[in-house]
Design a protein around this ligand. Structure first.
Ligand SMILES: Cc1ncc(COP(=O)(O)O)c(C=O)c1O
Length: 351
């Protein structure tokens, strides 16, 4: 890579930069003190999110992690268990926040590409006995990041929700990338999230806002969430500056996620043709591409390092698995170039 060239950054859709329209909206945002509920731009963003999800209320939070952990806090009692999938973001990348902040323990169960079977959920629900920690909450993730951007089949979601309801257990959705599922299925987010107590979604991933996520639910739950957010130090002041970008994200960046999905499919098809790489390209449903190396004289870390030296950034998961994520700051030409770089490195490293 020549020094002046920008790398092709496929590490995550979190690397997206705000659009010119976002910067403009941020500059002109009307603001107030949001701890006093007086920021008109934050209020507008929260109302817009609540309307989109057909819920009573929504809360702007600084990160997806805070949104998930606030939801766990308001939906559980200390001493309870939370059922989630073993490769989920909440279980793997939010430290032990649920134990520390909410006093609950995780009961992870194995899914298939991140998707859990209602029967497995049923088996994981703890029997009612005074010497057993009761199950308080189930968390699902849609799309599933480590599963490879997998979309939860709606009938499985509904089966798990009715199971939760019949057992009196709450249910939260980590919908960091729910808009990817929505455009891929051509279904409204309100339809995909019906029945969850709370839904977290991110403005700062494929939707490209610089900061922020939303927690959506009933008015009562969102009022509790506002208190939990404050406990974590997430009560912000003239944060309309950031909410303004979030509004532009919801207004202008949803439909274009289709382009990211097309680029991910192109990337996966190309990877399938490269000797030294293995992928089930038909399994790529949204903007996340997970693949393995095989027959190379290097592990995934070394392979990623060599790609990096040629201007292609990606994320190694384990010694053979890597992830690439498409987003608005990479185009079709970048994908074709990324494939050329991978082919060149593989040819060099083949056994
Ligand atoms: C599925 C999922 N949930 C939650 C998060 C957390 O978001 P944040 O990085 O804003 O805390 C991420 C971030 O990558 C994610 O992929």
């Amino acid at each position: 890579m020549k020094m002046e060239e920008k790398p092709i950054d496929l590490r995550s859709d979190t690397v997206t930069r705000p659009t010119p329209a976002m910067r403009e909206a941020m500059m002109n945002a009307e603001v107030g003190d949001d701890v006093y509920l007086e920021d008109p731009t934050v209020n507008k963003l929260q109302d817009t999110a609540a309307t989109l999800f057909k819920r009573e209320a929504a809360l702007f939070v600084p990160s997806g992690t805070m949104g998930n952990e606030v939801a766990i806090h308001i939906l559980t009692q200390p001493g309870q268990e939370v059922i989630l999938e073993e490769s989920s973001h909440i279980f793997n990348f939010e430290l032990s926040s649920m134990a520390i902040f909410s006093g609950v323990q995780a009961r992870p169960i194995r899914g298939h590409r991140g998707i859990i079977d209602p029967e497995e959920v049923k088996r994981a629900i703890r029997p009612k006995a005074y010497y057993i920690s009761p199950t308080g909450l189930i968390c699902l993730e849609n799309t599933h990041n480590h599963g490879g951007g997998t979309i939860y089949p709606l009938e499985l979601i509904q089966a798990i929700i009715s199971l939760a309801r019949s057992e009196g257990i709450h249910i939260h959705l980590d919908g960091a990338r729910i808009f990817n599922a929505s455009v891929a299925l051509n279904r409204e987010v309100s339809e995909l999230t019906k029945g969850f107590d709370t839904i977290m979604f991110c403005l700062s991933k494929g939707l490209s806002a610089p900061v922020g996520s939303m927690l959506v639910g009933s008015r009562e739950l969102i009022e509790k969430a506002r208190i939990a957010r404050k406990m974590l130090g997430g009560g912000m002041r003239q944060v309309g500056i950031l909410a303004a970008a979030g509004l532009v994200a919801l207004e202008t960046m949803v439909e274009r996620l289709k382009i990211d999905h097309q680029n991910a499919a192109l990337l996966a098809e190309g990877i399938a043709r490269i000797k030294g790489l293995r992928i089930d390209s038909a399994a790529v449903e949204t903007n996340i591409v997970i693949f393995q190396i095989e027959g190379l004289k290097a592990d995934a870390q070394e392979f990623a390092k060599q790609l990096n030296q040629r201007g292609l950034l990606c994320h190694p998961f384990d010694h053979i698995t890597l992830r690439m994520v498409t987003h608005k700051d990479v185009n079709r030409e970048d994908i074709l170039k990324a494939l050329d770089i991978m082919e060149e490195v593989c040819a060099k490293l083949l056994r």
